[in-house]
Ligand binder design. Structure first.
Ligand code: KIV
Length: 292
């Protein structure tokens, strides 16, 4: 890891800095990360926030959805991310089933993200009464909380699947009311996922904390994308809002294919990859071996 001294460009991002950027109209950049190398990439690229998303359940752990991932699994990912980050604000995603039961459960889980994984804040999904109560309890315990409304993958089944939300007047009003309730509960920021751009734009004047969009159009204060989506480390096209900036999965496959071909054709390893020893030591060794 780099040991370069911290310059003003590398000062850790703080809550006041995030708010300042909102007020200055400087777009906030958030990306997910799930391990040490993805954290290093995010850090070196100079993003503002990193989310250890429960999307890691699918992107790196191979689950079908975000529902089965355990708290311990996400904590392990978050610890690895922490080791790779210096500057960005680190948010840990509370997995499904780790905060809904009671305020005590929510606070205990959030504390683990802060104490064990070194997260600066946690995120929870939903803006209904349960999520709002849990957000308020965690904030009261001294841990910053990021809310998340619109498409909330942990409860996608109840929402009718992975589909855009807030597309009728009633549904859009519900999204707005949930965002305001999360803000009033003390959330320092809110994610708007997969809602019409016009709905996001109409809600924005009512939200004083930074809003990070994913499939919510340009009127919000910043954007988040899943690391594996934006770099093409997963198969398929992904959601409508995904923009691909690289095709790393193909690069990975090509690299492993070339390695396999070299091994099978004995092009690898070459003489330059082997270790040598003094001739007399080799001779002595062969002599000793013969006597074994
Ligand atoms: O888990 C995740 O990656 C998320 C983002 C899409 C906001 O919640």
């Amino acid at each position: 890891m780099s040991t370069a001294p911290l310059t003003s460009d590398h000062l850790p991002v703080t809550l006041p800095r995030l708010l300042e950027k909102k007020h200055l109209g400087e777009p906030l950049v958030m990306v997910t990360a799930y391990d040490y190398p993805s954290a290093l990439a995010a850090d070196k690229a100079g993003v503002d926030l990193v989310l250890v998303g429960d999307s890691g359940a699918m992107t790196v752990l191979g689950y079908e959805s975000t529902v089965p991932v355990s708290l311990d699994e996400l904590l392990m990912l978050a610890k690895a991310v922490r080791r790779g980050l210096r500057t960005p604000f680190l948010v840990g995603d509370l997995p499904f089933g780790s905060y809904e039961v009671s305020d005590e459960q929510a606070i205990t889980t959030a504390m683990r993200f802060v104490k064990e994984a070194g997260c600066d804040a946690v995120k929870l999904e939903g803006g209904g009464p349960t999520s709002v109560a849990r957000a308020r309890a965690i904030v009261a315990a001294g841990i910053p909380v990021m809310g998340h409304v619109g498409l909330t993958p942990q409860t996608a089944t109840a929402l009718g699947g992975y589909r855009a939300q807030g597309r009728t007047a009633t549904a859009a009003t519900r999204v707005a009311a949930e965002a305001v309730a999360l803000q009033e509960a003390g959330c320092f920021s809110i994610v708007f996922e997969a809602i019409p751009s016009a709905v996001a734009a109409a809600i924005m004047p009512r939200i004083q904390v930074p809003v990070i969009g994913i499939g919510a159009g340009p009127a919000v204060d910043g954007q988040v994308l899943v690391f594996h989506d934006l770099l093409g480390i997963r198969e398929g096209r992904g959601a409508k809002f995904v923009q691909r900036y690289a095709d790393i999965l193909s690069e990975m496959e090509a690299g492993v294919r070339a390695y396999a071909a070299d091994v099978r054709s004995r092009r690898y390893p070459g003489p330059e990859h082997g270790y040598s020893m003094p001739d007399e030591e080799l001779e002595a060794f062969q002599h000793q071996l013969a006597q074994l």
